[in-house]
Design a protein around this ligand. Structure first.
Ligand SMILES: [Zn+2]
Length: 377
């Protein structure tokens, strides 16, 4: 039996050294010194390695492909797999810096398993400085990549194919144990440190604790079908959408919170040692105890266009008789006061004074006692 085991392990070792089972597809191109792939399978990569790659995407109108940056950190031993995705909306930049910093600082000799980072998934959106993926055919159209997962290869618009390729080539092809999709609010909005989480998926409640976020929205994801979160969640894979602050900024405090969460996350998955820094532990324990779990959003919207002065900010506790904004016409005459739709906590504000009919001014989050809202309304 011992001999058989030795023989088997040596055969497996030989197969591994020959890379016979390789599934990562290399195009043969090299850009800025990094290899280009069309599909990622992290099981091909050697232990104790950090690899920066370009994922070749569908081709643009001029026949040139977009390339999405991917970083693979593989530890000294096999173990769990953590995916850190960012920039799926092209104006949401804080998460990109989280991915860069975590993958730069991670000590491979202490890592057990694999961390994959995507520092900026929507290359088109970053070129255009917008959350959308912009299709250029006809008069142009917008695709929300975070509503198109898993998609179907070679079907739909350019943006839909781009989303499908991200899914089939990285997100959905690597048996990730836990997934964090980093976002921020959209341009002109404000967010605190905030998480969307479907608490019916095993281990997701624990992830929300590990974030130490200001607010967790308990959410089944039914209004965000096709998101990275809902697509992994449907498969029972623990996942959160982690909204770290505002668009078009690199906010150091928000980035630090995403960074610290990521190391707590891999420690909780037995992939990395826990921090022993007393200051970090104390800060986190305070944050964890103060997380607000809410299950319902209520927006205050304007009925017509005009200029709005705001009197509220995220994390303010507000009541329905409190003025949170006033609309003025272009001559400065008051048009209307606005109030929150419910008593609760301000989650988000619209800081662009120029409002069009239907624009939201503030979003309040509260904890509805309606039994139908227990997993989110
Ligand atoms: Zn987003």
């Amino acid at each position: 039996m011992v001999k058989v085991t030795i023989l088997l392990s040596s055969v497996l070792g030989l197969l591994s050294s020959l890379n016979v089972s390789a599934k990562t597809e290399y195009t043969g191109d090299i850009i800025n010194g990094h290899k280009v792939i069309s599909k990622l399978d992290v099981s091909d990569f050697p232990l104790n390695s950090l690899t920066k790659l370009w994922l070749q995407m569908p081709r643009q109108v001029n026949g040139q492909a977009y390339h999405v940056p991917v970083i693979v950190a593989k530890g000294k031993q096999d173990g769990n797999r953590f995916l850190m995705n960012s920039g799926l909306h092209g104006d949401e930049l804080n998460g990109i810096r989280v991915v860069q910093r975590v993958l730069h600082d991670i000590d491979l000799s202490k890592l057990k398993g694999v961390v994959v980072g995507v520092p900026g998934a929507n290359v088109n959106g970053m070129y255009e400085s917008t959350r959308w993926f912009t299709n250029k055919e006809d008069s142009g159209s917008h695709v929300n990549l975070n509503r198109e997962m898993p998609g179907e290869p070679n079907k739909g618009s350019f943006g839909q194919r781009y989303a499908a390729h991200l899914w089939s080539s990285v997100y959905g092809s690597n048996n990730f144990t836990v997934v964090c999709d980093f976002h921020t609010t959209s341009t002109s909005g404000t967010f605190p440190n905030f998480v969307y989480a479907d608490l019916t998926v095993p281990y997701v409640y624990r992830i929300t604790e590990l974030t130490g976020a200001d607010i967790v929205k308990i959410d089944l994801g039914v209004t965000a079908l096709g998101s990275v979160e809902s697509t992994f969640g449907k498969k029972g894979i623990p996942v959160i959408t982690y909204e770290i602050g505002n668009a078009k900024f690199w906010q150091k405090d928000q980035i630090q919170r995403g960074y610290d969460y990521s190391f707590r996350q891999i420690a909780d998955l037995d992939m990395y040692p826990k921090t022993t820094d007393p200051a970090k532990i104390e800060t986190y324990e305070k944050q964890r105890k103060n997380i607000y779990y809410g299950n319902e959003f209520l927006d205050t919207n304007v009925k017509t266009g005009g200029f709005v002065e705001l009197y509220a900010k995220p994390m303010d506790i507000v009541k329905t008789d409190q003025i949170i904004g006033t609309m003025f016409d272009v001559f400065g005459s008051k048009v209307e006061d606005f109030y929150p739709k419910a008593d609760g906590l301000i989650l988000s504000t619209n800081v662009n004074p120029l409002m069009t009919a239907g624009s939201f001014i503030v979003t309040v989050i509260r904890n509805s006692t309606d039994p139908a809202c227990i997993n989110g309304c």
